[in-house]
Design a protein around this ligand. Sequence first.
Ligand SMILES: Cc1cc2nc3c(=O)[nH]c(=O)nc-3n(C[C@H](O)[C@H](O)[C@H](O)COP(=O)(O)OP(=O)(O)OC[C@H]3O[C@@H](n4cnc5c(N)ncnc54)[C@H](O)[C@@H]3O)c2cc1C
Ligand code: SF4
Length: 512
Amino acid sequence: MRQLILLLGDHLHPAPPALEGFDPAQDGIVMIEATGEGTHVWSHVARITLFLSAMRHRAAELRAAGYPLQYLALGDAAHAGAALTDRLASVLAQHRPERLVLVEAGDWRLMRAIEATAAAAGVTLRVLDDPHFLCSHAEFKTWARGRKRLLMENFYRRMRAQERVLMDGDEPAGGTWNFDAENRKSFGAKGPGALPVVRRFLPDALTRQVMAEVQQHFPGHPGQLDAFDWPVCRADALAALEDFIRVRLPAFGDHQDAMWSQEPWLWHSLLSTSLNLKLLDPREVITAAEAAWRAGAAPLAAVEGFIRQILGWREFIRGVYWFDMPGMKTANHYGHHNSLPAWYWTGDTHMQCMRNVVQTTLKHGYAHHIQRLMITGLFGLTAEIDPAAVADWYLAVYVDAVEWVELPNVAGMALFANGGRFTSKPYAASGAYVKRMSNYCKGCRYRPEQRVGLEACPLTQFYWNFVDRHHAVLASEPRTALMAKNLERLPEAERAQIRNEAQARLSQLDTL
Ligand SMILES: Cc1cc2nc3c(=O)[nH]c(=O)nc-3n(C[C@H](O)[C@H](O)[C@H](O)COP(=O)(O)OP(=O)(O)OC[C@H]3O[C@@H](n4cnc5c(N)ncnc54)[C@H](O)[C@@H]3O)c2cc1C
Ligand code: SF4
């Protein structure tokens, strides 16, 4: 065999880059399911199902297009082993190809393991940069090198100009780069009102078969499968894109930071899974959104806000991950070492905000951005939980989780574990923020405005304790000086009480 092409589970591109120049007479293709990829973090059953079902759908398409494909299913006895690389080693021994070819893995750990496996087998490895992304590693490095702090907004403007997205000549459309000031509204007491119906994708026979195998091979894993309805193939993903652009994009942004119990989707796009599996190309998503604005079907503020997430945040986060790994994985700026409370896996807590977000996550494998950042992430930060434990949880429970996108969001954005490499301040807030942006506090056992006492909201108490602990640094930075100033207004006796009560609670997070 001249070359063996390895298609990984999140490399389901419509036109696989690794298949360019494929010659069936001397080349082979392999796709590998491995239990180890679902157990190295204790993965949600919906996350495993999504990856495996999408892989099997893609395999069927490739076979129908005439490609010879070797597919190792979970139960394949001929190539035993839990680790993907054990199974790969067995396939390499079987075919003895001159070369192993793959698009770069989305996970530093897996990429290094594949390199080691190829080296041990004496097979040359060819790793292709992933053309799915608009910014290559080389371009990102050139931009980032020498900058002390990496600011997404600068990167985003450069990408807009370079890719000619939402530009009128050399100027940003509408005369400004960023319409964020028009987003971020809360719902008020009445809530979101009537919400658009979201198009969902009921499991077909192939997905149902995968579900049965996942139940068999991954007993005791978190999450539920009865609500599983994610796009698993390109046709579904295109339908999901069309539905979002037509139905929810016009109001995207207005309430991007708002949360409401029992309303998991709001106006979010739900496209992260299709993008991360490479069923959708970011260019077609961006083009569709811009076209909706140019056709008068969606306002510029909504379209700019959405495009910024894809062309800005998503590309930036991917660049940062490869630029800062492997150090990002062990970063722990504040030296936090508390264990992750057991209720992160069950939702069994008195904190209504946490219960709601964890339960939604267990049901769908999904929570929207602000729930991830300002509920489960915020708690992880101010409850002083070990960043590695928090990151493993995020990687396990979200259907769109691949480490290149999960880790920078957790370590960099939510936990400030890398010391503000690309955020100008920690995302610390009290229960007052949650009260303003959601209805979670209504009926909660705790009181969001209360800093001390049995009914003190843990988020509020931990927030003030966090500001107290880091007072000197926060006071010295213009963007956080107000947090420090507000703490100084509290009587010393109350500050001491916050410290004492917070210490007691921090040592028994499981009971909250
Ligand atoms: C702590 C934390 C962990 C996260 N983990 C993941 C993850 O594992 N996988 C993942 O895809 N996203 C992750 N995100 C980013 C974001 O929350 C999700 O992309 C988004 O919630 C997915 O839902 P959606 O498709 O409805 O997004 P929308 O709200 O509709 O946003 C549109 C798209 O923009 C992109 N996007 C938006 N924000 C980000 C961001 N911060 N980083 C990268 N892309 C972004 C996504 O592709 C998303 O589909 C995380 C964010 C935080 C704060
Ligand atoms: S009172 Fe505190 S713990 Fe309860 S829902 Fe509000 S923010 Fe969450």
